[in-house]
Design a protein. Structure first.
Length: 466
């Protein structure tokens, strides 16, 4: 699958990429960097010291640390680095980052310290502060959106949700349909974690949308057969060139993992019958209370299906020792394996995997679609409820857990997808969706053409020599 970097091409243009420092954002940005490198561009990655990428895995790239280089800089040094609090860095970096970026770009563009010359800057959409800095150098900035097109349209509608009073509805309306996005329920948009267009999250998303609109282009990790209507709408509403391609089909995300992969379970997985194992993972940031952890554990064991469950050491809130909350060592029995972190795409591609119990992060969702694996969706917050709704209610390649983590509901969803006859329909649709994706990558297909257009577009920029 991996496009091996072409080492012999004449790399006469450089692209600078700047990921947001969280796993679900670093992965797609580094995948995109590999894709562009394979198309002949030189690559520079700007990054923070917080969650810095593993540079050893990318000897073909140049890396530069910016923003939090001074350990005594109190703007950054006192910020939490674990759990949900770590996301506060997004606000602080956006507030103070412009000077550091300007200085770095000055070195690269004005003083011409980097060869070959720079064509453009590609930053995560959430780094909205980068647009005005890029403008001041006449440097085109492209945005990488690391979630779906559908999700972007929903975020862009936060002022509408606010004006129409969705955020003030009481709990009797949670199951109501959202008129602007009929596939969504009110509870889905409340889980975005935003309660007003003017609260911190609302402003962040407002700025993200505004500066994406001001950018030279948007790159989406998706494919048109999945989000054709959303592509039309984004192109119409935003008037910015869009490029849609499924990154996991070009490069896996394993080399940008911030945690070490466990591979010791593969011999066990190799021995399992085809489509018999449930893969369970809730992503890089989600945390549960101890009671929820136990509900999930019971739901998995009660399903009587084999499972491989990723439990990060910080997955259970307040727990100091990994797995201390399990009833006893024998609880999982013969059928269950728990691991700290895995090369997820490799697991999803394994013939033994029959379904994925997922928190519905966009990378996990797309990786599952890429491998034709049906999903049981159990979202926490942010874009996850939107992805879950699309997978279960639009594409019908999965089912949603509607009531959080309750063992009976978990067991019954697993049975429905992996055991019951009806589950075969879900599995079949997941296979068909994967086939559509595969076809889109063949010469002349939508994803193939989108990559060609992206490369042509970046190559068309006047090389910035200032
Ligand atoms: N991932 C991984 N190993 C694991 C679990 C997850 O490498 O054991 C990767 C997964 O392949 C995906 C990323 O972590 O690329 C998670 O991103 P996602 O958008 O799904 O969720 P987030 O972590 O941002 O909530």
């Amino acid at each position: 699958m991996e496009n091996q970097p072409r080492s012999t091409v004449d790399r006469n243009r450089r692209v600078i990429l700047f990921p947001l420092p969280f796993q679900g954002h670093i992965n797609p940005m580094l995948q995109l960097a590999n894709i562009l490198y394979s198309q002949g561009f030189s690559i520079t990655i700007l990054h923070t010291n917080f969650n810095a990428p593993n540079t050893c895995n990318y000897p073909h790239f140049t890396f530069k640390a910016i923003l939090d280089n001074d350990p005594h800089d109190e703007r950054y040094s006192n910020l939490p680095s674990q759990g949900f609090g770590a996301f506060s860095r997004i606000f602080v970096f956006n507030q103070y980052g412009a000077d550091a970026l300007r200085e770095e770009l000055k070195q690269m563009l004005v003083l011409g310290k980097d060869e070959p010359p720079v064509s453009c800057l590609i930053t995560d959409g959430i780094w909205y502060f980068t647009q005005s800095v890029a403008d001041s150098f006449n440097l085109p900035r492209l945005v990488l959106r690391t979630s779906s097109l559908f999700c972007f349209l929903v975020y862009a509608s936060i002022p509408i949700f606010d004006n129409r009073g969705y955020y003030k509805l009481d709990s009797t309306h949670l199951e109501d349909q959202v008129a602007e996005f009929p596939v969504l329920k009110v509870k889905d948009i409340l889980k975005l974690g935003i309660r007003s267009k003017n609260d911190a999250g609302g402003e962040l998303m407002g700025n993200m949308v505004k500066q994406t609109k001001a950018s030279a282009g948007i790159i989406w990790n998706s494919f048109k057969e999945l989000e054709g209507l959303e592509f039309e709408r984004v192109s119409h509403d935003f008037q910015v060139p869009s490029f849609v391609l499924p990154f996991p089909k070009h490069f896996t995300s394993s080399s940008s993992s911030l945690l070490e992969h466990d591979r010791t379970f593969f011999p066990w997985l190799d021995q399992q019958p085809p489509n018999s194992v449930l893969y369970v993972s809730f992503g890089s940031a989600g945390q549960v209370e101890e009671k929820d952890f136990l509900e999930i554990a019971h739901g998995l064991v009660d399903s009587k299906q084999s499972f491989l469950w990723v439990v990060r050491p910080d997955f259970v809130k307040g727990s100091s020792t990994w797995l201390e909350t399990l009833p006893d060592d024998q609880f999982l029995g013969e059928k269950g394996r728990i691991v700290k972190w895995v090369p997820q795409q490799e697991v999803l591609a394994h013939k033994a995997i029959g379904a994925f119990l997922t928190h519905s992060g966009w990378n996990s969702t797309l990786e599952s679609v890429c491998e034709g694996v049906a999903m049981i969706c159990s979202p926490f917050w942010g874009d996850q409820p939107l992805n879950a709704r699309c997978m279960s209610d639009v594409w019908k390649v999965g089912v949603c857990l509607e009531n959080g983590w309750q063992r009976e509901e978990i067991t019954s969803a697993i049975t429905r997808v992996m055991v019951d006859e009806g589950g075969e329909g879900i599995q079949e649709r997941a296979r068909v969706l994967k086939q559509k994706l595969d076809v889109s990558l063949i010469k002349g297909g939508s994803s193939f053409k989108s990559l060609e257009s992206l490369v042509d577009y970046i190559s068309s920029f006047h090389v910035n020599k200032n």
